[in-house]
Design a protein around this ligand. Structure first.
Ligand code: NAD
Ligand code: USQ
Length: 397
């Protein structure tokens, strides 16, 4: 019998490609989403670069093209009864949980957005562990955490746990977390709740501490315009490489924040799919809270901008780099070395950020260059909670 997968946040940048990836490979897939991301986009007044079909149309087109069914449940996972019923009825073997507010700047806009982010993310995850405990305690929960939970400590970052010796005694304890936004903090709270639930109820949990994802098309998303995923380049929801790609094709200077010596970990969206598949095919044991650091490479932000600019110029784009005052409060020059061997040990074959990969992604978004709205690109969200001005031009939102 086909294995059953439930994907929370299945309408999102990563959730929808994951749904198609597993459906294509014979899993029985159902997605859950309350379409809140589409509402947050409207609230801020931005849109993804490539037009996005409604979820019903995506599911319908997928079925028409492949003959495969992706079931969809529209609802809010912070509503206990809704999620409880979905988990009870679906009886999944594996649950992939992407269904959270994913943006650090969104969470730092003001008190209301910080509170919303933490309630949405923490309550959704808590509702999930209770529903799994009640209805399918053998199911494997794969939760998307983030590398930013660790912050930038002056020691190597281990995979979830640290062996320490203190006053002559030894233990293996959760790695200390020093995240850089209320969003990243919400993921730390999730990790603690998941670790506790796994311990007391013998649940199976894998926490994927994922780096920053880049990329546009996956093989399934390339089949039809209805199947593309949501590619953001605005300052709130766009992540750094995707933003640089959109800036490059539009001829807007690449916005490096501050000195640009901040280091982060990165992976191609194709490797997100590969990592989730490796985790799904090798479930955690009952009672195990397993942590994988999910990324393939580390870069400084300035180094990334230089890479994109170089490839952009080779393709004829006018790419310059501008160093804007950093809207975030973060270390701009620091030690960074994160272990990431667990997924490699399971067989991950990384797609690295080569000249060819950058050229391909620039080519993929080139047809949409005219739709890049320059005003959405400039950073506005300060970490000091003030309502923002365009940091370059001084214009009000
Ligand atoms: P996304 O915003 O595109 O997808 C999240 C989806 O979850 C959206 O479709 C949204 O509508 C849905 N959602 C949010 N709250 C919900 C709720 N209460 N009930 C039901 N649905 C809800 O984000 P993404 O970039 O696809 O990220 C997916 C997950 O991966 C997030 O948890 C994010 O924190 C994590 N992550 C993302 C990246 C990245 O670079 N994109 C990196 C590391 C971790
Ligand atoms: N940055 C720039 N210029 C830009 C945008 C960002 O220099 O135009 C810098 C930021 O200051 C930061 C770094 O690039 O130092 C990364 O910023 P980001 O917006 O790409 O990433 P972040 O805010 O950390 O969040 C993103 C996703 C989030 C995920 C996280 C993975 O939005 O969902 O959890 O990446 S990680 O960073 O590993 O925690």
């Amino acid at each position: 019998m086909a294995k059953r997968m439930l994907i929370l946040g299945g309408d999102g940048y990563l959730g929808w490609p994951t749904a198609m990836h597993f459906s294509q490979r014979g899993w029985d897939v159902a997605v859950v989403d309350n379409l809140s991301k589409r509402r947050w986009e409207a609230e801020i007044g931005i849109q993804p670069l490539i037009p996005l079909a409604p979820l019903e149309r995506r599911v319908h087109t997928w079925r028409r093209l492949t003959g495969k069914v992706i079931a969809s449940h529209q609802g809010d996972i912070t509503e206990e009864e809704f999620l409880d019923a979905v988990v009870r009825n679906e009886q999944p073997d594996t649950i992939v949980h992407y269904g959270e507010q994913p943006s650090a700047p969104f969470s730092m806009r003001d008190q209301q957005h910080a509170v919303f982010t933490q309630v949405n993310n923490v309550v959704g995850t808590l509702n999930l562990v209770f529903a799994v405990y009640r209805h399918c305690p053998q199911a494997h929960i794969i939760k998307l955490g983030t590398m930013g939970e660790y912050g930038t400590p002056n020691i190597d970052i281990e995979e979830g746990y640290l062996s320490i010796e203190h006053k002559g005694r030894k233990d293996i304890l959760p790695f200390p977390k020093q995240p850089g936004s209320f969003y990243h903090l919400s993921k730390v709270h999730d990790s603690h709740n998941l670790m506790f639930a796994a311990r007391i109820w013998a649940l199976r949990v894998t926490d994927l501490n994922q780096g920053v994802v880049y990329g546009v098309f996956t093989p399934e998303a390339s089949l039809h315009p209805d199947l593309v995923t949501s590619f953001h380049y605005d300052e709130t929801f766009g992540t750094v490489i995707n933003r640089f790609l959109a800036q490059a094709v539009r001829g807007i200077p690449l916005t490096v924040y501050g000195q640009g010596k901040q280091q982060r970990s990165f992976l191609n969206i194709l490797d997100t799919l590969q990592c989730v598949e490796l985790a799904a095919n090798n479930p955690a044991k009952a009672g195990e809270f397993r942590v994988f650091n999910q990324f393939t490479e580390q870069f400084q932000v300035l180094e990334l901008a230089q890479k994109v600019a170089r490839v952009g110029r080779s393709l004829g784009f006018k790419t310059e780099i501008v160093q804007v005052p950093n809207p975030r409060i973060e270390a701009e020059s620091h030690y960074y070395n994160a272990v990431h061997s667990n997924l490699l040990d399971l067989g991950l074959q990384p797609h690295l950020l080569t000249h060819q990969v950058l050229a391909q992604m620039l080519g993929e978004i080139r047809p949409f260059a005219k739709d890049v709205v320059e005003d959405w690109v400039w950073p506005r969200t300060n970490w000091n909670g003030e309502i923002r001005t365009n940091l370059l031009t001084g214009s009000q939102p």
